[in-house]
Design a binder for this molecule. Structure first.
Ligand SMILES: *Cc1c(COP(=O)(O)O)cnc(C)c1O
Length: 340
């Protein structure tokens, strides 16, 4: 038994999801003729309280398209200094949108109006024009910390007052909703573009969706085309996404409970220096200086457990659909007996 905790992207379609995929009606999506893609896009738009949605191959692409449609070259995007759009998308913002970033520390990655107030550039030729605030929910670099809509409402009001547009990287938005109890449909009114991943906690093999205002959808499709992401009979994948939205949202709380149990176990281990608060499905912990991430990985790999080296001192674990209670028990047993 291999226990893969590197990411929630590693899941395989369940037999029922696979069946839904195989039975999908498909057509050529570049002609707008794939009924299953169209159904997924309509569902996501209404689910998120947005006018339109565009199905894309990856979360990186939906984020990059989101920023592209909201900005002009030479402008500036305000985001958390560990934001996925900045730190983990291969420099895409610079290359694709020709924008600079204003990086903020945040409170465990969550920005506030107080922190942003002094970061919007004055209208002066020396400064890049600040045009977008980008939030991430949950925040992957901060072990899945989350915003509530109460946190977001004032940020959105601030953005509107400064004529800034607002993007949400909601790769794990449904994990946030599982904790906050907020409704997805209330998100649309606060943001201009929202990206969600179907291939993370929701367990689809591939796919992300950019939900947006109608005015941005046409350009989003143009950019998806320009970047080679316009696809054909993508309905087979859209069917997995529809299935995931229907059947895999309610169970996310199980992932959160298992992540908490992993974190609790790690806090008791002599080789662990600290564990970030574990609010959703991501556990990030720091090893003591005498134990390198490579040494830790070597020991757990020998027991069939995989994890991700997240920095020179940190390890990341992410719980998901293919990590069950038996695997949790085995992982806890292994972590409890490791000695360095
Ligand atoms: C995984 C992730 C993405 C998108 O990743 P892809 O692998 O390109 O689908 C975007 N934002 C966050 C916060 C993520 O964790």
């Amino acid at each position: 038994m291999i226990i893969d905790l590197r990411s929630d992207t590693v899941t395989r379609p369940t037999p029922a999801m696979m069946q839904a995929m195989m039975q999908a009606s498909v057509g050529d999506d570049v002609f707008g003729e794939d009924p299953t893609v169209n159904a997924l896009e309509e569902k996501c738009a209404s689910l998120l309280g947005m006018e339109a949605a565009v199905f894309c191959p990856s979360g990186t692409m939906t984020n990059q398209i989101g920023i592209k449609v909201l900005t002009q070259p030479y402008e500036e995007v305000i985001c958390y200094r560990g934001a996925h759009i900045y730190k983990y998308e291969g420099g895409g913002l610079a290359g694709n949108s020709l924008v600079s970033v204003r990086l903020l520390a945040g409170d465990r990655g969550r920005l506030s109006v107080d922190e942003m107030a002094a970061q919007v550039n004055a209208d002066d030729q020396h400064y890049p024009r600040t045009s977008v605030i980008a939030l991430e929910n949950t925040v992957v670099r901060e072990a899945g910390s989350y915003y509530t809509l109460r946190d977001i409402a004032p940020i959105s009001a601030f953005a509107r007052s400064k004529k800034l547009l607002l993007h949400l990287d909601g790769a794990r938005l449904f994990n946030a909703l599982a904790v906050t109890g907020d409704h997805a449909r209330d998100y649309g009114k606060y943001f201009d573009t929202i990206s969600i991943c179907l291939s993370k906690g929701l367990g689809a093999p591939v796919g992300s969706v950019l939900a947006c205002k109608k005015e941005f959808a046409k350009k989003a499709r143009r950019m998806r085309k320009a970047w080679g992401g316009a696809w054909r009979q993508a309905g087979f994948l859209a069917a997995a996404g529809l299935y995931a939205l229907e059947h895999h949202v309610a169970r996310l709380t199980e992932d959160h409970q298992r992540a908490k149990k992993l974190a609790d176990c790690l806090r008791q281990q002599p080789y662990v220096a600290s564990v970030m608060p574990t609010d959703t499905n991501i556990v990030i912990f720091e090893l003591i200086p005498s134990v390198t991430p490579a040494a830790f990985l070597e020991k757990i790999n020998a027991h069939g457990i995989k994890a991700l080296v997240f920095s020179a001192t940190e390890i990341r674990l992410v719980t998901h659909l293919d990590f069950d209670d038996a695997m949790l028990q085995k992982t806890v047993d292994v972590f409890s007996t490791l000695r360095f």
